[in-house]
Design a protein around this ligand. Structure first.
Ligand code: LAC
Ligand code: ZN
Length: 468
């Protein structure tokens, strides 16, 4: 039953009619994201279309101490858009205009609900390039990308979302509108509050506009389909690519389990292949012709079973579309799935892979892995069918996290902590760092109404891989 009656009345008065929804269907539609985090029904869903409306919502929410969970496409993978404490889901999907693509200054200015695919097309039409390419780009939004500091395959060469954020307009918990950052490429005035908000998972402020840095579009891209006969060759193949000195655009990995998904989809995979890399180079037509050859030769020398150039844009897109759908494909292959996005220093990729195999053998949990090998960023998945297997899954995940940290890595490369990893943040960060972070949070949001329950395992936090 919806609560917060007084706040809802005040919101109804402050916003256009239809913006505040308390019907069952709306509440259910906004109860979960693209993760295994258990759904929670919001008391109401509020649709925002402007900075003024977001500010009005926060004025009411802070006056009535109502929790607010920001959300746009709901493609997040750690439960960040689920409202653990009830209250409002503030939906940004209709706040979605591309306000500017400036081809001279190489800047785009967008509202938070802009779908990344739409931004990519608009930027492309101006012969520019906005590199961040999370697999969900056809659906996810720029606001969510900034809030999670999303990455993707080409992060290997180009970096993640945060590297392209020059400035942000942010609405605070009390409804104040702040302009952070700048519009110029360089700028070091004062504290870098823009970077603090990037990746803060909606816990510090609400992003109502983003000013993004663009690059000139590379003239050409070439895709190498690299097949390996043994997963043990993966680390060597990645190393061989790096040693050419050519910065590939991406070095993506599929292990033998995830390669099977490509096979099942009818893609041409050599029978003896046990792993695959998707390696791309980009630049001028002349440069990619040379780079593709040199990287291909290095991979052949490193013992690749076969190195094949994607013959056409259509073939390239066939591989990428199955790769982008990997997370959902794996989910359809088991009753339950949890997936991680751990990162290790590149030189430890082989050790991480061995650890995955050992943990899988020891716990009996199926652990397919794929991801951004060039960045040492693996999506290790945990698949199980019966609920009684769950304790073994929990054990496997904790073992993966501990090993990752032993190898000098980090718990999350691109999906954030959200609720799912909150119980584990103390494995990586010291009490002093967590305490300082929580004091920063309290400065921005003294009442704790912005996306409560995320990042930090609260006193009521559950043990294990939380909430699911
Ligand atoms: C991917 C998402 C899961 O790389 O991060 O497909
Ligand atoms: Zn990824």
């Amino acid at each position: 039953v919806p609560r917060h009656d007084a706040a809802l009345l005040a919101l109804d008065a402050a916003l256009p009619s239809g913006a505040v929804r308390t019907d069952e269907a709306s509440r259910h539609a906004y109860a979960r994201d693209e993760s295994e985090a258990a759904p929670v029904l919001p008391d109401a869903v509020v649709m925002a279309r402007s900075t003024a409306q977001v500010a009005a919502v926060m004025e009411v929410a802070s006056a009535h101490r109502v929790p607010v969970t920001p959300r746009a496409a709901g493609t997040g993978r750690t439960g960040g858009a689920t409202c653990r404490a009830g209250g409002l889901v503030l939906a940004f999907e209709a706040f979605d205009r591309i306000r500017e693509v400036d081809a001279e200054d190489h800047v785009a200015v967008v509202e938070p609900g802009v779908v990344l695919g739409d931004l990519r097309r608009a930027v492309d039409a101006a012969r520019l390039f906005y590199p961040p390419d999370p697999s969900s780009w056809a659906e996810c939004t720029v606001g969510g990308n900034v809030a999670e500091n999303a990455g993707g395959p080409v992060a290997f060469k180009y970096g993640v979302t945060g590297h392209y954020v020059l400035g942000l307009e942010v609405v605070t918990a009390s409804g104040e509108v702040l302009e952070l950052g700048r519009r110029t490429k360089k700028g070091v005035t004062g504290y870098d509050l823009t970077s603090l908000v990037v990746g803060s998972e909606g816990t510090l402020g609400l992003i109502t506009r983003a000013t993004l840095h663009l690059l000139p579009a590379p003239e050409a891209v070439r895709t190498l389909l690299v097949f390996l006969d043994d997963e043990a060759r993966i680390a060597d193949a990645v190393g061989a690519t790096l040693r050419t000195g050519i910065v590939a655009r991406c070095i993506e990995l599929l292990d033998r389990h995830t390669l099977a998904v490509l096979r099942d989809d009818g893609l041409p995979i050599p029978a003896e292949a046990a792993a695959m890399l998707l390696v791309e180079v980009d630049g001028s037509e002349v440069a990619v012709a040379i780079d593709q050859e040199r990287v291909g030769n290095a991979l052949t020398d490193a013992g690749a079973l076969e190195v094949r150039l994607a013959r056409s844009e259509a073939e390239r897109e066939r591989f990428w579309s199955v790769r982008r759908g990997m997370s959902r494909a794996l989910r359809s292959r088991a009753g339950n799935k949890l997936s991680e996005d751990v990162v290790v220093p590149r030189s430890k990729l082989g050790a991480l892979f061995e650890a995955c195999r050992a943990i899988s053998a020891e716990t009996g949990v199926r652990m397919p892995a794929y991801g951004h090998a060039g960045d040492g960023n693996l999506h290790v998945n945990f698949l199980w069918d019966d609920e009684e297997e769950k304790p073994r899954v929990d054990r496997a995940i904790e073992a993966l996290f501990r090993r990752t940290l032993d190898l000098g890595g980090t718990l999350s490369g691109e999906h954030g902590i959200g609720v799912l990893k909150a119980p584990f943040i103390g494995l990586e960060q010291s009490p002093g760092v967590i305490d300082l972070s929580q004091r920063i949070k309290a400065q921005w949001d003294p009442q704790g109404i912005l996306n409560p329950g995320k990042i930090f395992a609260g006193p009521g936090g559950r043990p294990g891989h939380g909430w699911c």
